[in-house]
Design a protein around this ligand. Structure first.
Ligand code: KG4
Ligand code: ZN
Length: 341
């Protein structure tokens, strides 16, 4: 058979992760999937601090990889390759992951595969096994916000992206200015449930402009202005959160409509729309986008949250798919460097 067993390593932001994945005749099996999140380390600063992240990655990278190998129940000699995120991301963390991966690859005499973090997110819905190419992808996290057309391995086209803040970043900044803590997304969503989404008429930046570029910085500024106008009672807080979230939903749904209209899956293919990234856990956003996909006769796929947020399984999958396609020979990308952007 043509089975491939790949160790994946992810360390580009505030998650240190390692996973062992088996790809056999197009079928994915996760032998292990370890994710250590640094939320506690960064919480006092209400955001990810690069120096703290780099130190934390350095401290636990080896242990995380060892745990993934132990859980998978195999030794390094049983691997066919080692894949690690080479960027984009916080350079300190990326370097730690790459050095760890390269060292293992070299010691075990296996090819090293440098993986673009965004390619990992782009292929993440395929970890579930039921999302075939091609699909339209909306990637919304704390660091990314973009529409991508995914036609096949290595066939990605960016259709539009935020021109300022990512959606998750807008949630986090809004939460911070309302004193709700970090990460802000879940806190804002919780409060929004009891608020009135029409209490404040916040802007819908770029919503009615052609194209798929988005903007969220102005929205956060509008929330800041409204929050400064009157004392922040519990009710007012809920209204601010609900109105902010409604504006985000409208913008994403409006842009999704444009994207779905323009996306041609091709002869005989069904219309698949994938929502990935940490923000995909937001129920209101999910519901809004599900309605858009349905309106076009398509289906919304949202990977389980564990694979929406940063993880190593998606990095291992890119490595495995690239190897299976014959894209990796010899020592692989051992000479590849880390790229912050
Ligand atoms: O994918 P992710 O874990 O990390 C990045 O690569 O950025 O995404 C984290 C982001 C944070 O900005 C967080 O506030 C946001 O996802 N998020 C949410 C929700 N849960 C997490 N945003 C809105 N609603 C949520 N329920
Ligand atoms: Zn990410």
């Amino acid at each position: 058979t043509n089975a491939l067993t790949i160790l994946g390593i992810e360390s580009s932001c505030d998650e240190t992760a390692a996973a062992v994945l088996r790809l056999e005749d197009g079928k994915v099996t996760l032998l292990s999937d370890v994710i250590h999140t640094q939320l506690e380390e960064h919480a006092p600063y209400q955001g990810v601090v690069p120096e703290i992240a780099a130190r934390a990655h350095a401290e636990i990278a080896d242990r995380t990889v060892a745990a993934a190998m132990r859980e998978a129940g195999i030794g390094y000699d049983a691997l066919d390759g080692v894949a690690a995120t080479s960027g984009p991301g916080l350079i300190g963390g990326v370097l730690v992951g790459m050095m760890t991966g390269k060292a293992i690859a070299q010691a075990a005499g296996k090819p090293f595969i440098a993986v673009n973090h965004l390619e990992g997110h782009a292929l993440s819905p395929r970890l579930g096994g039921d999302c075939a190419f091609p699909y339209l992808l909306l990637l919304v996290s704390g660091g990314h916000c973009q529409f991508l057309e995914v036609r096949g391995l290595g066939q990605y086209k960016r259709l539009g992206s935020t021109i300022d803040d990512a959606v998750g970043e807008a949630f986090d900044k809004t939460a911070k200015l309302l004193g709700l803590g970090f990460p802000g997304g879940p806190a804002v969503e919780r409060l929004a449930k009891t608020g009135n989404p029409k209490a404040f008429d916040f802007p819908r930046p770029l919503m009615n402009r052609p194209g798929l570029d988005m903007s969220f910085a102005g929205l956060k500024t509008a929330v800041a202005r409204a929050a400064a106008e009157a004392p922040l009672t519990e009710e007012r807080l809920a209204d601010l959160c609900a109105s902010f979230q409604a504006a985000v939903c409208d913008v994403l749904a409006g842009k999704a409509r444009r994207a779905l209209e323009a996306f041609d899956p091709g002869e005989g293919e069904s219309l698949r729309f994938v929502l990935a990234g940490g923000v995909a856990s937001n129920k209101a956003i999910r519901t809004a986008l599900e309605a858009e996909a349905k309106a076009f006769g398509g289906e919304l796929f949202a990977p389980p949250l564990r694979h929406c947020t940063d993880n190593a399984a998606m990095i291992a999958l890119v490595g495995a798919e690239r190897m299976a396609a014959g894209g990796i020979e010899g020592i692989g990308d051992l000479g590849a460097g880390a790229r912050p952007r």
